[in-house]
Design a protein around this ligand. Sequence first.
Ligand SMILES: [Zn+2]
Ligand SMILES: [Zn+2]
Length: 290
Amino acid sequence: MIDIDKVMNIMLSEPENEIPYNSVKIPLIGRIHFVKDQEGQYYSLLVLAYWIYGTFSALFIIIIPGVEDGIISTWVLYGYLLVAALCLMSFIRASLTNPGKVPRYLGSDGAQTNWNKCQTCGRMRPPRSHHCRRCGQCVTKMDHHCPWINNCVGESNHFAFMQLLLYAFLLGLFSFILVMCHFWVFPKCVACNKDAFYIKHSIWFMYLEFLLSLNMALMMGLQLSQQHYNILINKTTLERIASPLTLDNVRLRKCYHSYRELCGKGLVIFWLFPVGRRRPLLPYALQYPV
Ligand SMILES: [Zn+2]
Ligand SMILES: [Zn+2]
């Protein structure tokens, strides 16, 4: 009988003097995971620019003038700020979390009998791990590499990626509804500063906001449903590409059980907040047989 806790502690402990390549040291915070891939960094900057443009336009052209004129409730302002903040936080969390560090190999014993050797980095790794060339490491339960977050999606940050999809979808939808109301429902603003550049040219700002928010809501909504389905059938994106499903071999798991495994231990309410550290029920490295 294996003492799971003991094995887990040894496997998950940091080997001495090992500094991960994809990490940077930040004063006061310490070492954080950061993928040194220039192309991915450009993609991430594009996402940040998207977020800044979208929230700036919705806040300063629609919501704040609307609140000042008394046609929009302050709750809309608070709600929008909350969704925008949660979206940004989950983006940062998904980007800067190691997607699934391969634990230490303790030898062909018990839980590790079905491990195999990575042909690229030579590390012993548990089933369902893949080597990501962009991240330069093996990732446990790798889903896919996402250039938009400049990181892989794997066992340890899949929950943050799901939160990002959810809040990006909500933010896109919220912005789209506001733009529609701006065009068709709300009267022209009275209290706003009409000399400001973004108010003078608000029509162009709003055309672009319309396209961006619609695109975001559709893309994220699609991705969110796809990922939700993958989680229920316990398949990663890579596994689905490798062996497409037929209707005969689909087995849906219970929603609660699937998300409990994805988000780890802790209160259900925290499944919605990109804060704190994910505490796995049992890392994939110790699950057997797979
Ligand atoms: Zn590898
Ligand atoms: Zn990767």
